[in-house]
Ligand binder design. Structure first.
Ligand SMILES: Cc1cc2nc3c(=O)[nH]c(=O)nc-3n(C[C@H](O)[C@H](O)[C@H](O)COP(=O)(O)O)c2cc1C
Length: 644
């Protein structure tokens, strides 16, 4: 029985026939070779996703011209030498029964490494909002060269066996840069009026159409709105939309924002509800009557099914969901959605890792992503008896991965509830999905045969008696208690006790520590009516506004009138006041009825010495090695399991 008949129904446009309406949208991976050719890692990544059964997969950004790569290892389509590699991608998707489109891209000014090399070009020499550096203004000859390059790259796509091409006109890259008055101040026929600013997109589409012939489908990806102060809105570009259709677009892919838009809206953080962007797809569809792809925080096929059934979009794209769990469509089809690992939209391993130049694509909650080529599939040669100590994200991931590889795993948690810091993190505003992830990990670990023992603190005696072959120490961190006069007074408590619900928020609160936990605790109590002063010794907030969650947190704290004091420390705490030390001198805050400590963690790994003394093989992972983010914990947990 087809449980989701609208999503799992065929779709046809021109020569493109899709088995269903689920799309994997383009996602840059940085997995390519440095010369822009397709690597083994690219292929392994794409094969893994093709197995997931999307009707259409759109490849990651593929540069049409050497001047247009956004990331160092971006795939290229600017020479015939790229055709064989691209052909392997097309072949891999076809072998799995899907269809595949090649995304044609030019970054314009949004390329940190081209900006640094002073090679970035743009409609006008205006500073990149993302990277803060200024490109060179593109000449009219170069404009023609790049338009031609889009056509030639499209021809290569056809030759490589792709079923469609997508012109990347979204997210603040070259095509958007021409369209937007924020980045285009040209005085020739490519600047000024809306029709002039759209000329580049139109000529690109015409050139691509010429190259691929009349029956080959072209998708145009647009940011329907720029979502930035002074940027264009749907109403602004509405008059030009029919020209895009006339120029050759067959499908419109309704994305939003640019990488410079506040809050990383293009790959929206967990503050945004699944499907929040559908209304833009609907508007586009009503306006131009072409098939439209909706995108934005979709994690559940059932919601996509409803959107299509209501006629708001023809196809639905699941981006990060394909990174978190490439099998989610299969699970939906088989009627077991509870097995799906839903994307938590943390962006740590995917878009922010790429934007911050931290490396190749990963997923904070799925250690296979980006590592498909080394991800062990077969059961381990030797089946080991493994103990995992601690049930935070690292411990649970380690236990699940070890059991998946056939090891005999027992996981110990000293608390009654499992999940470690995930349980607390899930209490912060908008982070309930972290709790769902913890529940998923626990359920899946159980299914794989992990023995779970809560309320059990592992001791040296237990180790002597149980004789595990290997121990994975994932006991996390413990809160640091700073040495401040008054720290033991009853009004002082630590952030975990507040987030965990043990201590009710006060009215006039000082939070000591402006890292993520401090900010999130301030957010949590701010939303419950507390007046918060947050004190941080560093000169600047360690929670970067360029990360999407960081931006949203700063915004909410500002709206809640939380006072953020940087370069400030606490001199002493009294019964109802706090004395601060800042550059200009001292300040007494009064009244204060609660002081919350969130100055960070130190590793908790008391068992380390016992394990060393007993000569038991062990791995120390995550916060118990060094307090860091979720992605480090899961990565180290998985690595330990793979190396048993
Ligand atoms: C790691 C990553 C890389 C991306 N690269 C591209 C890209 O190459 N081209 C593009 O048009 N959009 C890119 N996007 C945006 C996605 O296609 C998608 O629009 C966005 O993630 C929102 O969908 P989601 O909420 O389902 O993830 C990227 C997103 C991520 C997370």
């Amino acid at each position: 029985m087809n449980l989701l008949p609208s999503l799992f129904s065929p779709f046809k446009i021109k020569s493109l026939e899709l088995l269903n309406r689920a799309v994997m949208p383009p996602m840059g991976t940085n997995l390519g070779n440095t010369d822009g050719t397709v690597s083994g890692a690219n292929l392994a990544y794409i094969k893994r996703r093709a197995r997931g059964g999307a009707g259409l997969i759109i490849t990651e950004i593929t540069s049409v011209h050497p001047s247009g790569s956004a990331i160092p290892n971006e795939l290229g389509a600017f020479h015939d030498q790229f055709i064989p590699g691209l052909g392997k991608i097309a072949g891999a998707v076809h072998a799995a029964g899907g269809k595949v489109a090649l995304q044609l891209h030019h970054a314009g000014r949004e390329s940190i490494y081209l900006l640094r090399e002073k090679k970035a070009i743009a409609p006008s020499a205006i500073r990149s909002l993302v990277f803060g550096l200024t490109p060179r203004e593109i000449t009219r000859e170069e404009i023609q060269e790049i338009i031609t390059a889009f056509g030639t790259a499209a021809r290569r796509g056809v030759e490589a066996g792709f079923d469609a091409v997508e012109v990347h006109g979204a997210h603040g890259y070259l095509l958007t840069q021409f369209l937007s008055t924020l980045s285009n101040k040209r005085e020739d026929e490519y600047g000024g009026s809306l029709s002039n600013r759209s000329r580049f997109i139109i000529e690109v589409l015409q050139e691509v159409r010429k190259a691929v012939g009349p029956d080959f489908p072209i998708s145009l990806r647009l940011s329907v709105e720029e979502c930035i102060e002074g940027g264009y809105t749907f109403e602004d570009i509405r008059p030009i939309l029919p020209s895009f259709v006339q120029a050759g677009a067959d499908i419109l892919h309704a994305s939003l924002g640019t990488h410079g838009s506040p809050g990383g809206i293009t790959s929206a953080p967990f503050e945004f509800q699944p499907g929040f962007n559908v209304w833009r797809a609907k508007k586009l569809k009503e306006e131009v009557g072409l098939p439209v792809i909706a995108v934005g925080r979709f994690t559940e096929p059932s919601l996509a099914n409803e959107v299509i059934a209501r006629g708001e979009a023809d196809l639905v794209a699941f981006g990060r969901q394909f990174l978190a769990d490439p099998d989610f469509l299969i699970k939906a089809r088989e009627g077991r959605p509870e097995d799906t690992l839903k994307c938590i939209a943390c962006n740590q391993g995917c878009i922010e890792r790429l934007m911050l130049g931290e490396g190749k694509i990963r997923c904070a909650i799925n250690p296979e992503t980006g590592q498909e080529i080394i991800y062990p599939q077969a059961p381990a040669g030797v089946r080991r008896q493994v103990w995992v100590v601690g049930s935070g994200p690292g411990g649970l991931t380690a236990a699940y991965e070890a059991a998946r590889l056939g090891h005999q795993v027992t996981l110990f948690e000293k608390e009654t509830e499992m999940g470690g810091q995930l349980r607390l993190a899930s209490k912060a505003p908008f982070k309930d999905q972290y709790g769902n992830w913890a529940s998923w990990l626990i359920a899946q670990a159980k299914k794989k045969g992990v023995i779970l023992r809560t309320d059990t603190e592992v001791t040296g005696d237990m180790i002597s008696e149980g004789k595990p072959e290997v121990v994975i120490l994932a006991s996390g961190g413990e809160q640091i208690r700073p040495d401040i006069p008054g720290i033991d007074l009853p009004l002082v408590c630590d952030a975990w006790r507040v987030l965990g619900g043990e201590v009710a928020p006060g009215r006039h609160v000082v939070v000591i520590g402006g890292g993520l936990v401090g900010m999130e605790t301030a957010d949590y109590i701010g939303q419950r009516g507390a007046q918060v002063t947050l004190v941080e010794v560093l000169k600047r907030s360690p929670v970067l506004k360029i990360t999407s969650h960081g931006y949203m947190l700063h915004k909410r704290l500002k709206e809640a009138k939380c006072r953020l004091l940087f370069n400030t420390s606490v001199k002493k705490i009294d019964d109802s006041s706090v004395t601060l030390l800042m550059e200009g001198g001292e300040e007494d805050l009064s009244p204060v009825d609660q002081v919350i400590i969130a100055v960070g963690l130190k590793p908790r790994n008391e068992l380390k010495e016992i394990l060393q003394a007993k000569k038991i093989r062990h791995f120390i992972i995550g916060d118990s090695l060094e307090p860091r983010r979720i992605i480090e914990a899961t990565e180290e947990g998985a690595r330990a399991a793979w190396n048993l």
